[in-house]
Design a protein. Structure first.
Length: 369
């Protein structure tokens, strides 16, 4: 690589300016979080490439971190940097670069959600806190298991066609709302209307600051060879039952739900315990005694409020609980999948070693003075 380019990219001024700009983004993002919510602030300020301030484009957190990573990496390409006297500086830069790599892995691949498990029942999936999916279930008896077809939220755009090779119908997204409300129908421009869409219509609402408080909704059109099924439907996230349609004597369920991530193991809730504050209905502490089931083997684990379970890259925290109408209890576990979880620890150790090495290297020179 051309030395002039390396010298330009590795300029210490770039490092200083990017750090200052990151501090600005953190400050502004933290303040704006109160208005738009944590998830929206993360996407707007920290994950974005460009931030628009009116008509002026500014570098977002993603672009700033990329520039900072290139600046640190180019430091190792300098021809005069690889010597014993700068071993400590090299080690510190390596630790900082590892920290940025960990941040990138976390930003790109981490997932957050929850698991709701009823006592004496099992679950092998988590629900996303933030993302939704439109799901089609093949309910036909002759299949060995229910076929599940998921269309993630990125596909739920206006006029987007959702199709799959085994489906005898197509789904056209008429509109999708991150937050919606259902009102009595006054607009009859869509025809023919089916099921709930005959009486009700969906309208967009301004998104809530907390993503889990949004009630997403979708308006969609089904096209098939059955005129009794073809038409416009609506579905809202809080609906308790899926939309069932029958085409060619085959039953399908359609629903909008939080995006699911399936785990390579199962968790069974054996016993849920809670302690209440004396004289109140407020829980003082609660815990879940579970069976972790994997490869036909199981082990008993206790998950408490300050004692999470970590297994295969997933961390399960005791978050809350629910009491069902039939008297049973369900545990709510917050689940985090973060492949970059160890990077900050590794980076901190490496940078501390680098600082120590630099001090050791500099001591003889200081003693001579």
């Amino acid at each position: 690589m051309n030395y002039k380019i390396i010298k330009l990219i590795s300029n210490p001024k770039i490092f200083v300016f990017t750090i200052i700009w990151l501090m600005v983004l953190v400050t502004v993002g933290t303040i704006d979080q109160k208005n738009i919510g944590l998830f929206a602030a993360q996407n707007k300020y920290f994950s974005s490439i460009i931030i628009w301030f009116y008509f002026i484009p500014l570098p977002g957190g993603g672009l700033t971190m990329t520039i900072l990573s290139m600046n640190l990496f180019s430091f190792f390409l300098k021809p005069n940097i690889w010597n014993k006297k700068k071993l400590g500086v090299l080690t510190v830069h390596m630790g900082a670069l590892i920290l940025l790599i960990g941040a990138a892995i976390t930003g790109l691949f981490s997932k957050e959600g929850n698991m709701v498990i009823i006592e004496n029942e099992k679950s092998n999936y988590m629900h996303s806190f933030y993302y939704k999916e439109f799901t089609v279930l093949n309910l036909n008896e002759y299949t060995d298991s229910i076929e599940v077809i998921n269309f993630n939220e990125k596909l739920l755009k206006k006029n987007q066609i959702l199709s799959y090779k085994n489906l005898p119908f197509k789904i056209k997204v008429v509109d999708y709302f991150v937050n919606s409300k259902m009102i009595n129908r006054s607009d009859n421009t869509l025809s023919p209307l089916r099921r709930d869409a005959i009486q009700f219509e969906l309208k967009e609402k301004f998104p809530e600051t907390e993503m889990n408080e949004n009630i997403s909704g979708i308006i969609y059109e089904i096209t098939s060879n059955d005129d009794d099924v073809n038409g416009y439907y609506i579905y809202q996230l809080e609906q308790q039952r899926p939309e069932i349609i029958t085409i060619n004597n085959m039953d399908y369920a359609l629903l909008l739900r939080p995006e699911r991530t399936y785990l390579p193991f199962e968790i069974e809730l054996s016993n849920f315990q809670k302690m209440m504050h004396p004289g109140t209905n407020i829980a003082k502490s609660f815990s879940s005694e579970i069976f972790l089931i994997e490869n036909e083997t199981q082990r008993r684990v206790l998950i408490e409020m300050n004692a999470p379970l970590r297994h295969k890259g997933y961390t399960f925290y005791q978050a809350s609980f629910a009491e069902l109408n039939d008297g049973r209890e369900a545990t709510v576990l917050a689940v985090v999948q973060n492949s970059g979880r160890l990077f900050p620890y590794i980076s901190s150790i490496i940078m501390c070693i680098g600082v120590l090495l630099q001090m050791i290297i500099r001591i003889p020179g200081l003693l001579k003075k």
